[in-house]
Design a protein. Structure first.
Length: 480
């Protein structure tokens, strides 16, 4: 199994090189190999196939991941941010009788706790055992946000992760000489993947385990960060709040999810003029789909247009003849097996391809894909098709970035509403500015200024609550 063999190889070649650095602790490749070997031996005696991991500590996550991978078990991520009742429900439905957790974590009733920091690290390693593990076996179950409060568990195989690491590392800039900062939660897909990608390539992973500005500043004072992997919102805050001198050695910035705002790209190149800025589009179900490099003079468009990663093939179902957009299906060696049998959700299948509802069209002989924003379906208002991404981009151009555009159908007539947490702007200025970018029927009926975004129980943006009556609204301005 290449995952374990790569760790063992780096541990033999550079045992004292830092594998993971957090604000309070550090873990070398030699220690990571020994400690994960010790945990793997403990796991051998357990009857359970699936082992839960509930931690926000990147060092504990690294040890647990490689221990579970080496032992032939399957890692199930139990997000430490979940309420206790949800954690118990998910662990039970996913058949986790044992959970590796931080020493100070709350014990879940009916589930045995293990520790990721054994007192006596084992000698030797697990290479001989791990070599015989099939690439088709389940490596990981990671949960994505569902349409309800119940997360959707996605099952990934060893082979799908190893294939994505092999194909993506060069494009995303992961290598032996990189010190990768990831200020995102380690229990979420992007953070966990960035950690494994960094260790797999022999680099150093700098992480706080969750967004923590003081922790990030501490890391940047201890190590020269050459690479960042994050989502646009956190990346923007990091560039704005960190001391520019601590990021001057940046070589690569990787952003996953929505497109970066032009101001963020320009700020990045001001701080580190020679850095590559790579945006990629993917999902827990598909892993890597497409990527592009952003230049400081290349503004974001309403759509994400990028090159398909090597090995990825795409096709479109139910194509709209007027726009060319339809439902995206991906055939890729990186694809997940699907959702766990305990989930009510299911992926849509077409042969070996799977789709999860993303809308896209193909370009340049199917080598490139143009993707609509995630969860941003085309709206039909009074017979007019309107893409929310186009409206959001226009709002950004008049000083209202990160606005969310939705249809409000609670009244007699449907209305387009833009929600923002930006300071209120002059109504006349907005109407004049938007009129330069949008047809009149594409201008929102009103702008609602919120004091803060509504959030789910786990702290994520709750777009479903934007039309609720109890929103913390500062002001609403009618534009038409």
């Amino acid at each position: 199994m290449e995952l374990w063999q790569s760790l063992a190889r780096w541990a033999d070649q550079q045992p004292d090189h830092l594998a993971v650095l957090t604000p309070g602790r550090q873990l070398t490749y030699g220690h990571l190999k020994r400690r994960s070997s010790a945990i793997a031996r403990q796991l051998d005696s357990l009857p359970s196939t699936r082992i839960g991991v509930s931690t926000s500590d990147p060092i504990e996550m690294a040890i647990a991941f490689y221990a579970i991978a080496a032992s032939g078990k399957t890692l199930v991520v139990i997000d430490p941010a979940w309420p206790e009742n949800l954690a118990i429900t998910m662990a039970s439905s996913l058949h986790c009788n044992y959970v590796i957790a931080s020493p100070n974590s709350t014990t879940l009733p009916g589930i045995s706790s293990l520790t990721a920091i054994p007192e006596s690290p084992a000698d030797g390693d697990y290479v001989a055992s791990a070599e015989n593990l099939s690439s088709s076996r389940d490596l990981l179950v990671i949960c994505t946000s569902g349409s309800s409060s119940r997360p959707k568990p996605v099952v990934r195989t060893v082979g799908s992760w190893e294939e994505s690491l092999s194909a993506g590392s060069r494009i995303l800039g992961a290598s032996l000489d990189q010190a990768t900062l990831c200020p995102s939660p380690i229990s979420h897909g992007l953070g966990l993947y960035a950690m494994v990608e960094s260790v797999h390539s022999g680099g150093t992973f700098l992480a706080t385990g969750k967004w923590d500005l003081n922790g990030v500043r501490s890391l940047l004072s201890k190590s020269s960060c050459t690479r960042i992997v994050s989502v646009p919102t956190i990346l923007t805050r990091l560039l704005e709040l960190a001391k520019p001198t601590t990021l001057s050695n940046l070589q690569v910035v990787v952003s996953g999810g929505e497109a970066l705002h032009q101001e963020t790209v320009q700020l990045l190149h001001k701080i580190a003029p020679l850095a590559r800025c790579v945006e990629y589009f993917g999902s827990s179900e598909h892993s890597l789909i497409a990527y592009r490099e952003r230049k400081p003079d290349q503004p974001a468009s309403p759509y994400f247009e990028g090159q398909l990663f090597p090995g990825v093939r795409a096709h479109i179902h139910r194509k709209d003849s007027a726009t060319g957009f339809g439902l995206l299906y991906i055939d890729s060696p990186f694809n997940a097996k699907g959702y766990d049998a305990s989930s009510e959700a299911s992926v849509s299948r077409c042969g070996k391809s799977i789709g999860i509802g993303d809308r896209a069209m193909l370009a340049s002989g199917s080598a490139r894909v143009v993707l609509a924003r995630r969860n941003d379906e085309m709206m039909n208002l009074n017979g007019n098709n309107i893409h929310p991404g186009e409206v959001s981009t226009a709002l950004e151009s008049v000083g209202l970035p990160n606005a969310i555009v939705q249809l409000d159908e609670s009244g007699p007539e449907p209305q387009m509403v833009a929600y923002t947490v930006s300071p209120p702007r002059s109504r006349s200025t907005l109407i004049s500015g938007l009129g330069q970018h949008l047809s009149r029927y594409k201008i929102p009926h009103r702008i609602t200024y919120l004091r803060s975004w509504p959030e789910t129980f786990s702290g994520k943006l709750n777009t479903a609550a934007l039309n609720d009556q109890d929103l913390d609204i500062e002001r609403s301005d009618w534009l038409r």
